[in-house]
Design a protein around this ligand. Structure first.
Ligand code: GCO
Length: 473
């Protein structure tokens, strides 16, 4: 045990020199300009237009209009004194049909964006895929189809060739679990399919895309860059006599399905056994596992909350108090007996339990599993029902959330975790996927009528942390 405040509400803790304080966004959630300069629809444009899929029928057509206001947004980052900006590149802007010719206007936008960061002394962390698959690739089979991984490598090479001289850290995929299992299993994310086999095939082809993508980047990027992937880990607590087995099953199909091939060279035996009734995994071809296991300079970790699981006894009603909206189908193929139990609060506006100890647990467990792997928190943050009053958002609840999670990260570092930085989700209020604009995750408030930006109190608090490296009062 480390000493320190048991409720994780510390101040005065100091982060090392070189620790990268930043903030994160994603293309479809902020850019808008959905049909401009040659961009064609992604699966999210299509999903938003499918009745009943996105709350309020919201879509990313305008979003935060970041496409036209990026200079102002980069000024915000600079004014806050942040070191890094984690952003994502929209595949349908750069290669609108998902194959063939690049779209110069799309590349030019990201070139201006990256130059704008460098001029302001902000280090770019670029994610190649944050869920906006070009619709034509979905029409040809999407992630369950192997050729999507091959197309991704071509796209990675295009971006690498154009921006490789200016980007220090490349992230291939953001949260492939969501792409595979919310997109093709539970159907609550685009493209909205509910097919367990398709979800497992998607997971493998996302793994393959990651491996081929890193190789493609390495072959064209002219100087030493860092390579990474961002995973969202299920942080599990077991309940009751079978709780440990329930946790093992979800750990396999949510976490080790990615870390296995990416970091240890193979799929875990228990995952293959658990999913045997769905597939024999014959879509894994010779050589795939070697392609996937590319050394990573940093592993990106997204963390929001924990899950409490047990095995359903087959009597009574199975509980599914998970955090994936109104899923009609399970996002966990092969784990049909696992139930998700309600957890103690407090909760964010997403209904997610606030559990900073889960972040400490996760970081320690990653160090134990992958002792030499440097880590970076690539997302952590919270939605609350913010109120803008007299030009100010007094979001004390978000400050408290951030304080407790930075404290947790610091505790893990004191226990030897090699944590290189922390990217707060999110810089701006934005399009929160199936929740539309109803959930505000930003440290900067966005008025969706006027598109005016107002830094919340949490942004000012975070700015003090980033510039002093010490958790403020
Ligand atoms: C994620 C997503 C973000 C979400 C955030 C809150 O990677 O899950 O990157 O796009 O907005 O996690 O749900």
């Amino acid at each position: 045990m480390t000493s320190g405040n048991p409720d994780y509400r510390d101040s005065g803790l100091r982060f090392p020199e070189g620790f990268l304080f930043g903030s994160a966004t994603a293309s479809y959630q902020i850019e808008g300009a959905a049909a401009e300069d040659g961009r064609l629809p992604s699966i999210w444009d299509t999903f938003c237009r499918t009745p009943g899929k996105v709350r309020g029928g919201d879509n990313g057509d305008v979003a935060d209009d970041h496409y036209h206001r990026f200079d102002q947004d980069l000024d915000l980052l600079k004014d806050l004194g942040l070191d890094t900006y984690r952003f994502s590149i929209a595949w349908p802007r750069v290669q609108p049909t998902g194959s063939g010719e690049a779209n110069q206007a799309g590349l030019d936008f990201y070139s201006r964006l990256v130059d704008g960061m460098l001029e302001r002394g902000i280090t770019p962390i670029a994610t190649l895929y944050h869920w906006d698959l070009p619709q034509p690739l979905e029409d040809e089979g999407g992630w369950p189809a192997r050729h999507t991984a091959e197309r991704f490598a071509e796209y990675a090479a295009i971006v690498g060739r154009h921006l490789g001289d200016r980007i220090g850290t490349w992230t291939t995929l953001n949260e492939p679990w969501c792409s595979a299992f919310l997109g093709y299993g539970a159907g609550v994310h685009a493209p909205g399919r509910t097919d367990p086999l398709a979800a497992l095939r998607a997971a493998h082809h996302l793994n393959l895309a990651h491996g081929l993508g890193v190789q493609a980047l390495r072959s064209v990027v002219p100087r030493d860059a860092q390579y990474s992937v961002t995973l969202n880990f299920a942080v599990l607590r077991g309940d009751g006599p079978d709780g440990a087995d329930a946790a093992r099953q979800i750990d396999a199909v949510a976490n080790r399905i990615f870390t296995g091939p990416m970091l240890t060279g193979g799929y875990p035996a228990d995952l293959l056994a658990d999913t045997a009734s769905v597939t024999d995994w014959s879509f894994v071809q010779d050589g795939d596992l070697v392609d996937i296991a590319q050394p990573l300079d940093v592993l990106g970790v997204n963390y929001y909350n924990t899950a409490l699981v047990s095995l359903w006894d087959g009597v009574g009603e199975k509980q599914m108090a998970d955090n994936h909206g109104e899923a009609v189908a399970s996002p966990y193929p092969g784990a049909d007996r696992v139930q998700f139990l309600p957890q103690p609060g407090p909760y964010t506006a997403m209904g997610w339990n606030i559990a900073p100890d889960g972040l400490e647990q996760l970081l320690l467990s990653l160090r134990e599993q992958f002792p030499d792997q440097p880590l970076m928190i690539t997302e952590n943050g919270a939605a609350f029902d913010d109120v803008l009053e007299d030009g100010r958002v007094a979001d004390a609840d978000r400050i408290d959330y951030l304080r407790r999670h930075f404290t947790a990260a610091h505790r893990a570092m004191r226990q030897g975790v090699d944590l290189r930085g922390y990217q707060v989700w999110s810089l701006l209020d934005n399009f929160e996927w199936a929740y539309g604009y109803s959930k505000r995750f930003g440290i900067v408030h966005v008025d969706y009528e006027t598109l005016e930006r107002t830094p919340k109190d949490s942004a000012l608090w975070y700015s003090q942390l980033a510039t002093s490296h010490m958790i403020p009062e």
